[in-house]
Design a protein around this ligand. Structure first.
Ligand code: DGJ
Length: 368
């Protein structure tokens, strides 16, 4: 099969004829090739945890993908942080030109700890398809306040009060979140980090965006020069808006965010936002960017076509060509999750839209 189109929501086979298995994924363009990294899922509900690792595929054209194997393998050592059966979600890879290393970040929950670990894992490799070596896991920015911290958030009493109730937050949206200083309570040990993405700016500085503070608030944090840690320079955004599945991109000097709400594996309405000047600056939330209906499930913008965002790709060499990548999750049989790739259109310099297409190809970007 030689694909010439994207058909969102349909089974998408690799060049061997096997359905692509790379969920919650992200893309890297390196040496004229695209690499797609994602969670390898197995059949049944067991596939909701990591039994295999991070799968990698390569493509010259974005339609046809060759299986490059498992780039990061979970460990058989029960004591490893990435022991088989851990939760390893939303892997993303960026290339560091200074060190010559490929750096992978992912959301990590240690085996048997449910979603309470809320850490970020880091792995490195010498080649894009790996093998990646697990380096460490961390909670970002321990001992650092965000650039927009308030004096209230530094108050020891409110910090102690939030720490005393920490176990009561289980990742779901509650009314309790807004009453507790969830930033301050994680100042010392590092900020919680679940759904995440990476972004490399034109000046090669890299950033980590993650759902923090028990999923209530997003953070965008600058990474160190080698991309394996944080500098302590970060901003907290959209407090108690419960944004998950964040993806950052840049167009004409402005930064944009695509994200979702927080409803487990079930779909909800997408979110979008704009920062006109800097990534760690002022952000404004925009409208739900989605339009149209997915005829396969009759779901429209209020449920993001049944999907949840995972990445936005700026196509190499095409000035105004961006693709939004989403997952249709299938928690009862995780391996059967599907991919929805759709083009972005820009209504003006300050907002974008994502329209449903049953089938489309890259010539769409040449049309206007
Ligand atoms: C929503 C997140 O976006 C997914 O990556 C996953 O963590 C699910 N929640 C688990 O319920």
């Amino acid at each position: 099969m030689n694909y010439k189109y994207f058909t969102p929501g349909s089974i998408w086979n690799d060049t061997d004829g096997t359905p692509i298995n790379a969920h919650g994924g992200g893309l890297l363009f390196h040496d004229d090739t695209y690499y797609w990294y994602g969670e390898h899922k197995i059949e049944g509900t067991a596939g909701n945890v990591a039994m295999v690792g991070v799968h990698c595929y390569s493509s010259p054209d974005l339609y046809n993908w060759t299986d490059e194997g498992i780039a990061l393998t979970v460990s058989d050592d029960e004591h490893s942080e990435i022991a088989r059966g851990c939760i390893l979600e939303r892997p993303k890879v960026i290339f560091n030109a200074k060190t010559g290393k490929f750096v992978m970040w992912f959301h990590l929950e240690r085996k048997g700890e449910g979603y309470s670990t809320a850490r970020s894992g880091v792995a490195v490799a010498d080649s894009p398809a790996g093998p990646f070596t697990f380096k460490h896991s961390l909670r970002p920015n321990a001992g650092h306040w965000p650039v927009n911290v308030t004096e209230d958030q530094k108050d020891p009493e409110s910090i102690a009060a939030a720490q005393a109730r920490d176990q009561e937050f289980i990742g779901e949206q509650t009314h309790l979140h807004q009453h507790y200083n969830l930033l301050g309570s994680h100042y010392e040990g590092g900020q919680m980090a679940r759904d995440m993405n990476l972004f490399v700016d034109d000046d090669s500085k890299a950033y980590h965006v993650y759902a923090s503070e028990h999923n209530a608030t997003l953070h965008i944090a600058e990474l160190t020069d080698d991309y394996t840690g944080h500098t302590g320079n970060y901003v907290r955004l959209f407090p108690t808006r419960f944004m998950e599945a964040p993806a950052l991109f840049k167009r004409k000097g402005k930064y944009f965010l695509l994200a979702s709400g927080c409803t487990g594996w079930a779909p909800n309405a997408a979110r979008s936002a704009l920062a006109a000047d800097t990534l760690l600056g002022l952000w404004t939330e925009l409208e739900n960017p989605c339009h149209g209906t997915n005829p396969q499930n009759n779901l429209g913008p209020e449920k993001t076509f049944g999907a949840q965002s995972t990445y936005v790709l700026h196509i190499h060499g095409k000035e105004d060509a961006y693709i939004a990548l989403f997952d249709i999750w299938c928690p009862e049989n995780a391996i059967d999750g599907r991919y929805v790739w759709l083009p972005l259109t820009f209504d003006d310099e300050t907002r974008y839209s994502i329209h449903w297409h049953d089938q489309w190809d890259l010539s769409l970007f040449d049309a206007g």
